[in-house]
Design a protein around this ligand. Structure first.
Ligand SMILES: [Zn+2]
Length: 193
């Protein structure tokens, strides 16, 4: 230590160094590490993805980006970004949002080109409960911001005071980031001291 600047926390160092061995799934994880939900929580079947191009508008359909339930509920794979204080990369919660049928159609129309006639934001509900920030069982209302250039739409909670909105605005600490990974079963291996 040279005595200037703030001493970095262990969590910051661990994330900056890039990889850690998971104490639970035993894989090697790297930072930035996004948690990804394979389907909306309401999806009643196995999470098997069909091709996007096979999209069906009736019955149930799931691909990596689109989900239709009962031919009347429309959901898309999105991401909710959360800054981590002191780190360049943000954390991405890969989750699903509902859309109205009209906005779902707009999304499908622009999906291949990555260009949308309507730049949003669109109204949606977060369809994966982010338990670390969300005590309530009900979905939270979100703005769905379509992104140009084939990036996934980004979510932000409509209620500025919701803990998830606060986290997105103010960022979370590296220690909280590690707690979230632990919560979802990807905690770093603990060293026996
Ligand atoms: Zn893991």
């Amino acid at each position: 230590m040279f005595g200037f600047g703030k001493k970095k926390t262990d969590a910051t160092t661990m994330l900056e160094n890039g990889t850690w061995r998971c104490g639970i799934c035993e894989a090697e994880h790297g930072w930035p590490f996004d948690l990804a939900c394979g389907a909306p929580d309401v999806w009643p079947h196995e999470k098997v993805h069909e091709q996007n191009s096979a999209l069906r508008w009736d019955g149930d359909f799931l691909s990596e980006d689109f989900c239709v339930l009962d031919g009347q509920h429309f959901m898309v794979r999105t991401v909710l970004m959360i800054p981590v204080i002191g780190l360049k990369d943000q954390f991405g919660f890969g989750c699903w949002s509902s859309l109205s049928r009209a906005n779902f159609e707009k999304y499908i129309d622009g999906f291949d080109s990555g260009q949308y006639a309507d730049l949003g934001p669109w109204d949606g509900w977060l369809m994966n409960r982010f338990k670390y920030f969300q005590d309530e069982p009900d979905p939270i209302a979100v703005d769905v911001q379509p992104k140009l250039g084939r990036l996934r739409p980004e979510l932000s909670p409509m209620d500025d005071a919701h803990p998830l909105a606060v986290a997105q605005r103010d960022g979370i600490s590296p220690e909280q980031m590690l707690e979230i990974f632990a919560h979802y079963g990807h905690a770093p291996e603990t060293k026996a001291n």
